[in-house]
Write a protein that binds this ligand. Structure first.
Ligand code: MSP
Length: 473
């Protein structure tokens, strides 16, 4: 029986064009999705765009176009870029999809009917950059630390509130206790502790409607207000399966997100689901950030790197490798053009590319006929790669594979096949070929096009040299 696996990325705001931060999460999710497919799982991989709220409305107004046209345009740039990165998603959800809107209203109505929503006055601060109510204590020099160029908005309006506090205890138990029927894993462990300690420190109820934002889904029982953009956005994970008729994949096995939105994914989302009596996801993983040469990536600093920039310079698999090998699993990861180029040359042009060329040349010259290899796509030898992938440690998984590449390179130097003949040579080359096929099989989730090329080239019986996999830059 195939194991079902439902993996998601955040749905990205359409106020911004795709950059490598977005690609970080989406490539990572694609690698995990491919890995589960290789294990024989039945996978559903979801991404999409988050299109409502003040931020998007403001951006559309700046561009001088109506919000829907604006969303259509930017959403398409996200939809277009993922296949170019070799990313294979099963559905691309947009929150302006009428079916999504209808289901969001239904879920909200259910929560309202249950008595988990009340009306009260909201007075406080709001960061449009985060689309989040921000506590006075979190404001630094009058600004949100994540959006220092944006003005904090003072708000005072009648809103609908969701009884988030009511769910504190059930959520603590669901996170902490493995045997709890609602148990879900928050990881990495440090992030889980952060979430738990914030939950235990006491939290307030959440305003889930806006009186002053018209670009949103109307509250079904009060058309003068719209649904808070996060309440609408989080539900995409649920509505997408309903829209596609793939409910069998519910609940999600893994929500992969950046650390700045972990609270929404590890607390607010689960509280909404508990209230709506929908089963909870199995896991939420929050990664850290790419920094560009030590700085935050931002339009104003002019240091934004786009996925297309990476593809243009390093090719699809070059881009995927660079994204995965610098994945910010625990700490922020410093990247940039110089680092990328060095890594590309060292690991891909010289490392993998050179090894493949070397072995191919030796085999071609020998003119041996090799037994046709049947490549078991996910070999037992990849168990350690699997262990690292289960922990989302892409860098470790790749270092492990590159350890093999270095070892084999050294082995060639030591065994000097160019000075051997006959059976001796055949044995050496036969083993090198199998080692290389194993490496290629381990690389299938990461750089599928290259891995398949290597597998094809070395399947036998005759092995020929090919063009360089990764031309030096
Ligand atoms: N729309 C919300 C998410 C709603 S999900 C129900 C949102 N969108 S966003 O466009 O701001 O995307 C944020 C996500 O993009 C992060 O959580 C992370 O996955 C990714 N990244 C954005 N910048 C990043 C880096 N600099 N580094 C790594 N990932 C980053 O938040």
């Amino acid at each position: 029986m195939n194991k079902k696996f439902f993996i998601t990325t955040p749905i990205y705001y359409v106020n911004d064009k795709p950059h490598i931060g977005h690609a970080c999460t989406t490539v990572a999710a694609d690698i995990i999705a491919r890995y589960h497919k290789l294990l024989g799982g039945e996978v559903f991989f979801l991404t999409g765009t988050d299109e409502h709220g003040a931020k998007v409305a403001e951006e559309a107004a700046k561009a001088g176009i109506d919000p829907q046209t604006f969303c259509d345009k930017v959403s398409q740039t996200f939809r277009d870029i993922w296949p170019k990165l070799g990313i294979q998603t099963d559905y691309f959800i947009r929150t302006t999809n009428p079916e999504h809107k209808k289901i969001v209203q239904e879920v909200l109505q259910k929560i309202y009917d249950k008595g988990d929503i009340y009306k009260a006055k909201y007075e406080g601060c709001y960061c449009v950059g985060c689309e989040k109510f921000i506590a006075e204590t979190d404001i630094v020099d009058g600004h949100c630390p994540l959006h220092p160029t944006l003005e904090i908005q003072k708000q005072s309006e009648e809103n609908y509130f969701f009884k988030l506090k009511k769910y504190i205890q059930p959520l603590i138990e669901a996170i902490e206790k493995n045997d709890n029927k609602n148990h879900y894993l928050v990881s990495p462990p440090g992030k889980k502790e952060e979430v738990l300690s914030k939950l235990k420190s006491g939290i307030t109820d959440l305003s889930i409607s806006r009186a002053n934002v018209s670009w949103g889904i109307p509250i079904p029982w009060d058309m003068t207000q719209t649904i808070y953009v996060w309440f609408d956005a989080l539900l995409n994970y649920y509505t997408a399966l309903k829209i596609t008729g793939q409910e069998k994949f519910w609940p999600a096995d893994l929500h992969l997100v950046g650390k700045e939105i972990l609270w929404f994914h590890a607390v607010i989302w689960e509280a909404m689901l508990l209230s709506a009596e929908i089963s909870l996801p199995k896991g939420v993983f929050a990664h850290s950030f790419y920094m560009i040469d030590g700085q935050k990536m931002s339009k104003s600093l002019g240091n934004v790197i786009t996925p297309q920039d990476l593809i243009d310079k390093f090719g699809v698999d070059g881009a995927r490798y660079l994204i995965a090998s610098s994945f910010p699993c625990d700490d922020d990861s410093d990247v940039g053009w110089e680092k990328f180029t060095l890594k590309y040359n060292a690991d891909l042009a010289n490392g993998l590319g050179n090894l493949v060329a070397r072995i191919a040349k030796l085999c071609e010259k020998s003119e041996f006929s090799f037994p046709v290899a049947t490549v078991n796509v996910w070999e037992r030898k990849n168990l350690l790669v699997a262990k690292h992938l289960d922990n989302l440690q892409f860098d470790k998984a790749l270092s492990y594979i590159w350890g093999h590449i270095k070892r084999i390179d050294k082995e060639i130097d030591e065994k000097q096949p160019w000075a051997k003949q006959g059976k001796d040579l055949e044995n050496i080359l036969g083993k090198l070929r199998i080692d290389l096929l194993e490496i290629a099989s381990g690389l299938l989730p990461f750089i599928p096009e290259t891995a398949e090329r290597i597998i094809k080239q070395f399947t036998g019986p005759k092995i020929k040299s090919g063009p360089p996999l990764f031309p030096r830059i």
